[in-house]
Design a protein around this ligand. Structure first.
Ligand code: ADP
Ligand code: MG
Length: 702
């Protein structure tokens, strides 16, 4: 016998084979369960009616009550449509249908009063309502007038085939009539239901579709959000545990000379508490005999490099080699320079490899690496290419990982036998915690949430075009003090030509304002050859030019401590996380630094909010949270590739608190009862076994 929820849709009253097909092809629904779990988008108050005279372009979806005054078809062939007009005490509105005309003509009666629901459309200032849902007013009063009529996410096609919200409501009614409490047994431990006073699963399911009161709706929402996030976290933590149990890794059991000597004699500053904590977390991982996969998040300038270096020294102490990969040549070279600087006199042999290392030099480097005479290799993607063989690679670090594909990281794994190397992924792209818990739920995450002491926070201001002269004046003052200035332009693929023109016009304006020989200006953009870009970057880094005009190519990792001013042009076109990355290029030295956000006078409210956020705070996590709120989780960098689960009801931007609670509880339950064998956890394990396997999309994140 099929469980009730597993029954195919067509066996539900009001559905039938044709509608079942449509629901399948349009919304991917197959069973009663799928239908049940398709929650309303929102609710409309079916007791309220708009007056036609009050409608306007932006009215959106409205409910009206009026008498149908006219009904006639016009046009022929594909242009055929049905036109109508509805009138209430205040005015009249045009109605139009493009399909199902014959049926509608038969059903609808001129002179009869209807309740209509639909979206207001405006064409050349004339308002109309295409494909309204129509219901005889007499029927409406008797049956469905509620404050919370559910509106379901639909599609154009479903609406055209009369599977609109009204039809869906009918179907949902039929479904809920068929479902008993035994079909939706409680899946959370009884003590949690009690402790958090959660609505029962059965009740919540009924109430989310047809709530009677706001309180009931809220209780149903909280319950279902919690349930969704709880099971997601439980699965993520289980996956991680399984991975930990199966992936064996090298044991870095001892802290030896390299690490100790560096720590005690060479380290030019005291580590921050956050850095110390992260080093401890990593050391713990490396000593355990399982392979480490750790994400190290830390705001720009928080000092991730030194943490990575300490880990590499730990690898050397245990007889292994280590490598560090960066996404660009410039960044890789900077790492090479700073790391060889740190390690001077320690007898550590460090090599550099990128596409620019060729011929004899390359051959010799690869030989040293293969024979284990090189301890540390720093470079670009070139590191993971086929002919690069390590003698004994124990640790691989990638910096700014969002530029590295998953496939490239996977290639790293093949560089070592018998175990894959430990992997540390460093990123300054702030990811909100709620998102990180979900995206990287199977990675371990360390966070450096503290900047080294003595940093002066970058001062950020918003300026408009009218204030341009003052901005130039300020740049001159700073340059006179010996500082350097970045001027950054947006460059977006779709409008690349125009953007480059902008950049060049800006460069010319700057050249007039800052003429040689006193001033020298560098320019770097994506259309230049890599070698030319590098040359200009190096000139600026050495202080030979005072102004760097660039597109966003400078955003990742570049370190010019003497640059103290960042001017961002057309700021409204940048996303928040990009702005934060850009600002991170200044404030790296001892001087007070400034970030000037230039825009036109007129900008959208959303852009205004982005800019206000930048002016208000320097905290990457706060900015990431704001970004998540403004754009929604789907647009945050990294989420598309990762195939982030689609939530049925939870919203990562809004439900951070529920998520944290759910994760916490899931963790505690698994710690106390890893196999979920205790009687009180039986509802959980039963649900995971039976129901959860139906959940689509799960496979995408595990
Ligand atoms: P990021 O996390 O952005 O990669 P870096 O590792 O480049 O940051 O560090 C930024 C700067 O801060 C470097 O110049 C580094 O030497 C310095 N630094 C790192 N840790 C400390 C510390 N604990 N105290 C003082 N300066 C530090
Ligand atoms: Mg860095």
């Amino acid at each position: 016998m099929t469980a009730t929820l597993d029954k195919p849709l067509e066996y539900l009253k009001g559905v039938g084979p044709a509608r079942a097909d449509l629901l399948r092809s349009e919304l991917g629904m197959h069973t009663w369960r799928d239908l049940l779990y398709h929650f309303p988008l929102r609710y409309i108050d079916r007791t309220q009616f708009h007056r036609i005279a009050d409608l306007h372009e932006q009215s959106g979806q409205v409910q009206l009550k009026g008498v149908l005054r006219q009904l006639h078809t016009t046009g022929g062939g594909r242009k055929r449509r049905l036109m109508g007009r509805v009138r209430d005490a205040s005015g009249s509105l045009e109605l139009v249908w493009f399909s199902g005309l014959r049926y509608l003509e038969k059903q609808l009666e001129v002179g009869k009063e209807y309740v209509l629901f639909g979206r207001i459309n405006s064409f050349n200032g004339k308002l109309s309502m295409p494909h309204p849902e129509m219901e005889a007013a007499s029927e409406h009063r008797s049956k469905t007038a509620t404050h919370f009529a559910p509106v379901y996410p639909g599609t154009e096609k479903l609406n055209q085939k009369r599977l609109d919200s009204r039809a869906r409501r009918r179907i949902m009614h039929n479904l809920l009539e068929q479902i008993r409490p035994v079909d939706l047994p409680e899946n959370l431990p009884g003590y949690l239901v009690k402790q958090f006073q959660l609505m029962s699963r059965y009740e919540a399911m009924r109430a989310i579709h047809f709530p009677r009161k706001p309180r009931e709706l809220n209780a149903a929402r909280s319950r279902l959000k919690f349930e969704e996030l709880f099971f997601l976290q439980l699965r993520l933590l289980q996956t991680r545990q399984q991975r930990r149990d199966t992936n064996r890794g090298y044991v870095f059991g001892q802290v030896g000379d390299f690490f100790m000597r560096f720590y005690e004699e060479k380290l030019p500053f005291a580590l921050t508490e956050a850095q110390k904590r992260v080093v401890r977390e990593i050391r713990h991982d490396l000593g355990e005999g399982r392979q480490m996969n750790r994400l190290l998040q830390g705001d720009v300038g928080s000092g991730k490099t030194i943490v990575g270096l300490l880990c590499m020294l730990l690898a050397l102490d245990n007889g292994f080699q280590a490598c560090l990969m960066a996404p660009t040549e410039i960044l890789a070279q900077q790492h090479y320079q700073s790391i060889t600087g740190y390690l001077q006199g320690m007898g550590v042999r460090v090599g550099f490899l990128s596409g620019t290392v060729k011929g004899k030099k390359r051959k010799e480097l690869l030989r040293l690496l293969r024979q284990g005479e090189l301890h540390i290799l720093i470079g670009t993607h070139a590191l993971i290419e086929e002919p690069v063989e390590f003698h004994r690679l124990g640790l691989a670090i990638t910096d700014e990982q969002h530029r590295f594909g998953v496939a490239q990281r996977a290639r790293l794994w093949k560089k070592s036998r018998p175990h894959p190397p430990h992997v540390l992924v460093m990123t300054a792209t702030p990811i909100p915690r709620t998102l990180a818990m979900t995206l990287y739920g199977d990675l371990d995450v360390s966070v450096i949430d503290e900047l080294p002491p003595g940093r002066k926070p970058v001062q950020t201001v918003h300026r408009t075009e009218q204030q341009r002269a003052r901005v130039f004046g300020f740049m001159k003052e700073e340059i006179a003090k010996g500082r350097q200035v970045y001027v950054v332009y947006p460059l977006i693929e779709e409008s690349e030509t125009l953007d480059l023109q902008n950049l060049e016009a800006g460069y010319e304006a700057l050249s007039r304002e800052f003429p040689g020989p006193d001033y020298k200006i560098s320019i770097v953009h994506g259309r230049m050859k890599p070698a030319d870009k590098d040359y200009e970057m190096q000139r600026f880094a050495r202080g030979e030019t005072q102004i760097m005009v660039a597109t966003t190519v400078i955003e990742v990792g570049v370190n010019v401590p003497n640059a103290s001013v960042m001017v961002i042009e057309n700021t409204e076109r940048f996303g928040l996380s990009q702005l934060h990355q850009l600002r991170g290029r200044v404030g790296r030295g001892a001087e007070q630094s400034y970030c000037i956000l230039m825009t036109d006078f007129k900008i959208s409210n959303e852009a205004r909010e982005r800019i206000a956020t930048m002016v208000r705070t320097n905290n990457g996590f706060e900015i990431a949270e704001a970004d998540l709120r403004l754009r929604g989780p789907g647009n945050i960098e990294g989420t598309q590739q990762s195939g982030l689960v689609h939530f049925r009801i939870a919203d990562l931007a809004m439900d951070g608190k529920i998520l944290r609670t759910a994760r916490d509880l899931a963790r505690r339950i698994l710690e106390a009862d890893p196999r979920l064998e205790k009687p009180e956890h039986q509802p959980v394990s039963l649900f995971l076994e039976r129901d959860e396997k139906h959940k689509k999309g799960w496979s995408r994140i595990s």
